[in-house]
Design a binder for this molecule. Structure first.
Ligand SMILES: Nc1ncnc2c1ncn2[C@@H]1O[C@H](COP(=O)(O)OP(=O)(O)OP(=O)(O)O)[C@@H](O)[C@H]1O
Ligand SMILES: [Mg+2]
Length: 462
């Protein structure tokens, strides 16, 4: 990314020579003739660094510096001064300027100071990002939520973390925070300094997953050239997170049950029982009860896992968490994308609170992320939200829409509204939201898959 430098000086010649110097070093350059204009340009176009003359009309360099220190402290300011006002410059350093340059300039020195200032701010930003990343990775990221339902979840997580329970099942729709919950359980337990091992059961074919989990002896199957320790051994003393447990193959389910009950297992091709002490946190967004009924999931394993279930409610059942989560993600992306967004307009917020969020917290995070990448606004507005979110809100003025599951009470506008047109829009949106997954689209519309297909044909969608 080319870095943008704003030069503010009332002398045209000085701006001209600085500009030439900075452009040839590969920077992007903006010019302002006075302090007021400089502030406006920072506001409108943004800058990574300010080169400020101290004596300027309208607002002096020191006034601009004071304003920047208060409103944009992360943008470094370098003051430029004629020889006679060195003391003013020293004073300015005390008030937060990064450095100062004496006129007439030595151009190499200008470049050096500019590089130093940009480098220092880049480091600061990277540090903030690293700290954030560290928090996410090590599960200390806050579980944001003040709704009674989320408080309940947090209380339960803390109790589990403090207990000796070795099996936990985390349930919830996609994007509700199951990964986060699993990490929270591990990192707030006394196992925190032992490994947290995360494996997605649906990602590997059965045989590979088995050898991944339990390890194998040399020569136990083609390709097993060495003895390999499995994750159960690696995670001894810590936690194994078995994600998407609902997709685990039947043969492995039986072996897992044995491990849970006997706390021991054998490597593939091995004859010795190995003892381990691991806590297993399993998670799924599937309806396991139904999978049991359909014979896809072992009933005995289901009951073994269900001893301690943690049920994370979908976002639409805890609307009061929405503003909090939005603020949380805005804070995070402000750091990551160097933005200064403060929040949402009340229209946009209302729209978010009325939406059903089928993709839950992950969808909300993506919506905020997308808006902040695309826009540079203090307050994100309706138009910055994806069409799918605001469409029902705009056409129906938001009145009376409860947002979901067939109970939505749309109000017919005075001018009327084409029913067929609306039906077509809803079908299209359901398919967009589910990326063409017809079963899920039918679920969203609360109709059968057959009638969805009938409607799609009616509207010439395939
Ligand atoms: N309560 C919360 N507070 C802050 N961030 C959250 C919260 N819940 C979820 N998130 C964030 O939302 C995103 C999705 O969460 P996560 O990956 O834990 O969902 P999941 O339930 O595991 O989804 P899937 O079923 O698709 O695996 C992550 O970026 C996570 O950090
Ligand atoms: Mg997950």
């Amino acid at each position: 990314m080319t870095e943008r430098i704003l030069i503010a000086d009332d002398e045209k010649l000085i701006r001209w020579s600085l500009r030439k110097n900075l452009l040839s070093a590969g920077y992007e350059v903006l010019e302002a003739e006075d302090g007021q204009q400089a502030l406006e340009m920072v506001e409108d176009e943004g800058a990574d660094l300010l080169l400020l003359d101290i004596r300027m009309p309208h607002k002096t360099g020191l006034e601009v510096l004071a304003h920047m220190a208060e409103h944009n402290p992360e943008i470094p300011v370098v003051l430029m001064t004629a020889f006679s006002s060195v003391e003013g410059a020293v004073d300015a350093m005390k008030r937060g300027a990064f450095d100062y340059l004496m006129k007439p300039f030595n151009h190499d020195e200008v470049l050096l100071v500019v590089q130093k200032a940009l480098h220092a701010t880049r480091l600061q930003r990277e540090l903030a990002l690293l700290q954030q990343q560290h928090q996410i990775e090590f599960g200390t990221e806050d579980f944001v939520g003040k709704s009674e339902k989320m408080r309940e979840v947090c209380r339960l997580i803390n109790k589990i973390a403090a207990s000796t329970a070795t099996t936990v099942l985390v349930l919830g729709e996609s994007g509700t925070g199951k990964d986060l919950a699993a990490k929270a359980i591990h990192y707030s337990s006394n196992r925190a300094d032992q490994p947290f091992v995360n494996i997605t059961c649906s990602a590997l074919p059965e045989q590979l997953l088995e050898s991944e989990l339990m390890g194998h002896e040399k020569g136990s199957f083609t390709g097993a050239r060495e003895r390999k320790r499995g994750l159960f051994e690696v995670a001894d003393g810590g936690t194994i997170f078995l994600d998407e447990i609902g997709d685990m193959a039947a043969g492995l389910q039986a072996k897992l049950l044995r491990i849970l009950e006997e706390k021991s297992f054998r490597r593939v091709g091995g004859t010795k029982d190995l003892q381990v002490d691991v806590r297993i946190v399993a998670a799924t967004n599937r309806n396991l009860e139904q999978a049991v009924r359909e014979g896809a999931f072992r009933e005995d394993l289901y009951y073994r896992l269900m001893v301690i279930p943690v049920d994370i409610p979908p976002l639409r059942e805890r609307l009061e968490d929405i503003p909090l989560l939005i603020t949380h993600f805005i804070d995070r992306f402000n750091v990551e994308f160097r933005k200064k967004t403060l929040g949402l307009t009340s229209d946009a917020m209302e729209c978010c609170e009325q939406y059903g969020w089928p993709g839950n917290v992950r969808e909300l995070r993506n919506v905020v992320e997308r808006a902040m990448i695309l826009e540079n606004k203090e307050f994100l507005d309706l138009e910055d939200l994806p069409h799918a979110l605001r469409a029902p809100f705009e056409s129906f003025d938001g009145s009376g829409s409860t947002g979901r599951t067939g109970t939505a009470a749309f109000e017919l506008p005075d001018g009327g509204y084409g029913l067929r047109e609306m039906e077509q829009q809803m079908v299209r949106q359901a398919l967009e939201k589910t990326e063409g997954n017809q079963s899920r689209a039918a679920e969203l519309l609360d109709i059968s898959r057959d009638s969805l297909r009938y409607k799609m044909r009616k509207f010439g969608m395939f």
